[in-house]
Design a protein around this ligand. Structure first.
Ligand SMILES: NC(=O)c1ccc[n+]([C@@H]2O[C@H](COP(=O)([O-])OP(=O)(O)OC[C@H]3O[C@@H](n4cnc5c(N)ncnc54)[C@H](O)[C@@H]3O)[C@@H](O)[C@H]2O)c1
Length: 480
């Protein structure tokens, strides 16, 4: 859906949840919304950039929204049907939803919270002096909520939309949960961008809800059902962490583009042309490729080319700290892997995979070779299996590399995986095995150090609190 191309908001039409669009002037200029039996009573706590946009847009979708903030000026603005700060389109949505009686605002917690089934916490989590996040605003709001819970008869689902470090929600709400059996807590991070916040809310790139209580997770996911986006239902900590990862990734992308652009400029190459061309590859570059946590990278190209690039930049007096940090980062990752295996019980290490990745016999700059050197150096016995490597079949620079790095490789390498599995105390999985080998590894009863992040057995059935999975949009938001 392209907002700028069409003034009409087209949202997936499910049987019960439907946006009705009437001659819209702006993309979010829609008339109702959810049939009243599917609208929820929602308190939004903290009416800053995230909270006010969330409150106004949820009201726009048809929910009854009670905004709460300690800032009286913000409240007065909303009650006067004005946006409390500049955000394109917000004023119109506030005006419309206040006039429709679906958005109200107050500095008082108790009366509005009493009306709500769901409370979305959107207070700030600014940087503390030491760089850590400050959860002071969050603690205060949770204190206010706790004081409103006494005597409450109906359940309340509390969703933390503020950006918090993994574990914070459990830590801050643990005591409250024990005291209030009617309270459920989920994490529901926000991904909107200032300046396009209304469009981002109405057409979200990602909807994430995580928590241990499936009913509460579903209830919060359902408030976004009219947007027609399948929510990712994940564990509580994944939901908290994903927000940090997204922002770190965005920052990393900008820094990467800027360093590449700087280098390109010094080489009289057009930075724009380079990056636009890079983005044309949606299979390997702008895609999930290479975004799976696993073993260190290696092989005959990535280390060599990064070395050459940073060497040449250095000789042009160019400081490119991001690109310069990639090989050291890879080395640290390898060292952690080496230590993980050294820490495993037993002296006999089996290794599944010698090449730098599966389905190749190229051993040049394989990080596995470097790891084996360390394990042997620390007195461990090692036996290696790689489905594609037979010493008598490799030659040239490949053969020279391995004989130079591990002169006794002939004594370590075997073509019989069962022999390695039966012999070892601990198996280091450094490559993704095929399904048959994966099953044998999983059922071997040996200590497995899964360095490749391989799937060794079928994932546990999708469930809240388990692996990340995503559900289609619920056609039937729960009735009140
Ligand atoms: N701004 C963004 O673009 C953006 C995007 C995604 C996520 N986030 C995250 O969302 C959270 C909120 O960000 P923001 O930019 O909206 O913050 P903000 O500072 O603009 O708004 C926070 C609001 O909470 C209110 N508040 C604080 N303590 C309160 C209390 N005890 N009782 C009632 N109200 C209280 C403040 O008065 C303020 O209006 C942060 O964790 C932020 O990291 C921000």
């Amino acid at each position: 859906m392209n907002f700028s191309a069409s003034p009409r908001l087209r949202v997936k039409d499910t049987s019960k949840t439907r946006l009705i669009v009437k001659n819209a002037r702006s993309p979010w200029d829609t008339d109702l919304v959810l049939p009243s039996e599917h609208s929820q009573s929602i308190a939004v706590l903290g009416l800053g950039y995230v909270g006010c946009v969330t409150a106004a847009c949820l009201a726009k979708l048809g929910h009854r929204v009670f905004g709460i903030d300690r800032d009286e000026t913000k409240i007065a603005n909303i009650l006067a049907a004005r946006a409390p700060f500049y955000e394109p389109g917000l004023e119109e949505v506030v005006r419309e939803t206040v006039a429709a009686g679906r958005l109200s605002a107050s500095v008082e917690f108790a009366p509005d919270l009493a009306e709500a089934d769901i409370a979305l916490v959107c207070v700030g989590t600014p940087s503390a002096r030491n760089g850590n996040l400050s959860v002071e605003q969050l603690e205060r709001v949770l204190g206010e909520i706790r004081s409103c819970l006494a005597g409450r008869k109906r359940p309340l689902t509390l969703a933390i939309r503020s950006t918090v470090f993994p574990g914070t929600t459990e830590e801050l709400t643990g005591a409250m949960l024990a005291e209030s059996p009617l309270l459920s807590v989920v994490s529901n991070p926000e991904f909107l961008r200032e300046g396009v916040a209304i469009a981002d809310f109405m057409e979200p790139s990602l909807v994430v809800v995580g928590g241990p209580d499936a009913r509460a997770v579903r209830a919060v996911a359902d408030i976004y059902a009219p947007l027609g986006v399948a929510p990712c239902l994940v564990s509580l900590r994944t939901a908290e962490m994903i927000k940090y990862c997204c922002n770190a990734f965005h920052a990393l992308k900008i820094a990467f583009a800027n360093e590449v652009g700087t280098l390109a400029s010094h080489l009289s190459v057009s930075p724009r042309e380079v990056m636009e061309t890079l983005c044309r590859d949606e299979r390997l570059n702008v895609s999930p490729a290479y975004l799976k946590p696993g073993f260190a990278f290696g092989g005959s190209c990535l280390p060599k080319d990064l070395r050459a690039l940073t060497y040449r930049a250095m000789h042009m007096d160019l400081s490119l700290p991001l690109l310069e940090s990639v090989l050291p980062s890879n080395q640290r990752h390898l060292e952690r892997a080496v230590q993980q295996v050294l820490d495993a019980p037993g002296g006999r290490i089996g290794v599944f995979g010698l090449a730098f990745k599966e389905d190749t016999d190229d051993l040049r700059e394989s990080p596995v070779v470097a790891a084996i050197e360390q394990w042997v150096g620390k007195g461990k016995e090692v036996r290696i299996y790689d489905p594609h490597i037979r010493l008598d079949k490799i030659y040239g620079s490949n053969r020279n590399f391995i004989l130079n790095a591990l002169p006794h490789i002939g004594r370590l390498l075997t073509s019989d995986f069962d022999e390695v599995l039966a012999w070892c105390d601990c198996l280091a999985v450094t490559q993704k095995p095929g399904p048959e080998a994966a099953a044998r590894i999983a059922s071997s009863g040996k200590t497995i150090v899964n360095l490749a992040g391989a799937k060794l057995k079928p994932e546990a059935p999708a469930g809240v609190g388990g692996a990340c999975f995503s559900l289609p949009v619920s056609p039937n938001p729960p009735k009140k």
